[in-house]
Structure formats: C-alpha cells, structure tokens
Design a protein around this ligand. Sequence first.
Ligand SMILES: C[S@@+](CC[C@H](N)C(=O)[O-])C[C@H]1O[C@@H](n2cnc3c(N)ncnc32)[C@H](O)[C@@H]1O
Length: 255
Amino acid sequence: MTFSRALIDELLHRLFINAPATSLRDEDRRKSDEMAGLLAEVERAVARRAPKGELVLVDAAAGKATVGLVAAELILAPRGRPARVRVIEREPKRVAACRDAIARLRAPCVAIELVTTDVGDPAAWPNQPDLVVALHACGPASDVIIDQSLAVRAHALLLAPCCTSKDVSAAALAQRRAEQLGMPRHAEVRRRFVQSIVDAERTLRLEAAGWQTTVVSFVAPTLTPHNLLWRAQRVGEPGRMAGAADQLARLRGTG
Ligand SMILES: C[S@@+](CC[C@H](N)C(=O)[O-])C[C@H]1O[C@@H](n2cnc3c(N)ncnc32)[C@H](O)[C@@H]1O
C-alpha cells in the first residue's frame, strides 16, 4: 500500500501540532516525505512477520517517535492484532512530546511503551523484537543500535544512519586505511572515503552476524543527504556469514 502525503500530513499535524488553523512547517513536510518512503519499508517488514502473540516494533533513537507512532496507527492498528511499540530515546523533552502525541493516537490495539534512556542500555531492549526501526540515528547511536539488535536477536532492522563523527566506531579504522592507501587529506575527498568505509563496515558486520542486508535509498538525496537505509533481516546463512566475516577481516586489515 502507498501511504499518501495527505494522510501522513494529517496524522503528523494531529499528533505533533494539533492547533486549529495551523499547517505543517517546512521541516514537518520534509518529515512527511521521509515517512512516506520509510513506511513502505516498515509495512513490507511487518507483512513478513506472523508472530503467535503480539508483534513488537522498537523505535530506537526515536526523538518524539514519529516513526513508531505513525507506524502504530497506519500499519499496526489496521492489522487488528495485538502489537507493541517500544520507544527508546534519551532526551526527556522528546519523550514528553511523544507522550502528549499518544493521547491523540488512534491505534487501540497497539501498546506504546516509552523508555527514557540511552540506546546502549540493554535493559531498554525487548527480547527478539519483530522489527527495529531507527531513523536518523546520530553518529555512534547507529552502531549501538546495530549491536543491540544483534544482541536481542531482533528479526529485522531498518536503519537510516545520520551524521558520521569521529566517535563512530569505524571512523578510526577509515582514517588508518586512508593513510595506508595514501589518500589525500582534502576534507571533501577524505570525508567521502571515511563514509564509505563506515558504511562498508556496518554492512559487513550485519552480514557476518547472519543478517541478509541491502542498502537502499529510501528518499531522494535532495530531501536529506542521509538518505540511505540499511534493510537487514536475520537469516543466519552460514556460507554468507563466513564470506562476510572474511571481507570484514580484510577491511579491518586483520585478515
Ligand atoms: C536526528 S534525531 C532523529 C529522531 C527521530 N528518529 C526522527 O527521525 O524523527 C536523533 C535522536 O536520537 C537521539 N539519540 C541520539 N543518540 C542517542 C542515544 N545514544 N540513545 C538514545 N537516544 C539517542 C537524540 O536525542 C535524537 O532525539
């Protein structure tokens, strides 16, 4: 199903603005475009799952949980079966904005749980969730979300990383490899190389852990430069894992 912009606009307005005679701001419209791209991915991932009990979705580094709440109303509630959304966000103000929005959500069979903490807190994560979604997870948060998704044996992950800072785990590796290869230090040239190594390391880390991974563009790059989505599904295929582990070792210079 395609989710129309009008439908998403109306929902974002009701949840997060909710003032008569007002309209969405430009940043909300951009979010609406992003949601249209991401919701199609969430819907496909949810359609692949048929859990006996409730379906569990984690919205990690959630902000005010736009993804989790919109998915709850437009994708989970229409299934008519029990579902749960676990929202993990460390900024109390954003969690408070999410709590306000929940009062206006129309998703009766979906329980929403808010956890105000760091995504690195193992206690925040449910065991074997059906889907982890993280939209614009800043810098190192993307790596922590990958690690936690692996640790709790999530079934699927949709991750759109955001900025890459020097705190990102593979950034030091990328700089080391750049020096070994004699890459110039010109900022724009170096930045692209570093980003490529960081992206490759994340992809291979997921694949080596048994996750079939594709990297797709979920919105146009004109909307956001952070428009890549890691679409990963736990399959545990031994040949694929061994191949990825070998590539990862070569990337890290240990193979
Ligand atoms: C760019 S915002 C994206 C928010 C939301 N996913 C969206 O796309 O609307 C990144 C969010 O991640 C949260 N965040 C960053 N690092 C985090 C961490 N280590 N643990 C929990 N939340 C984190 C920030 O507080 C912020 O709300």
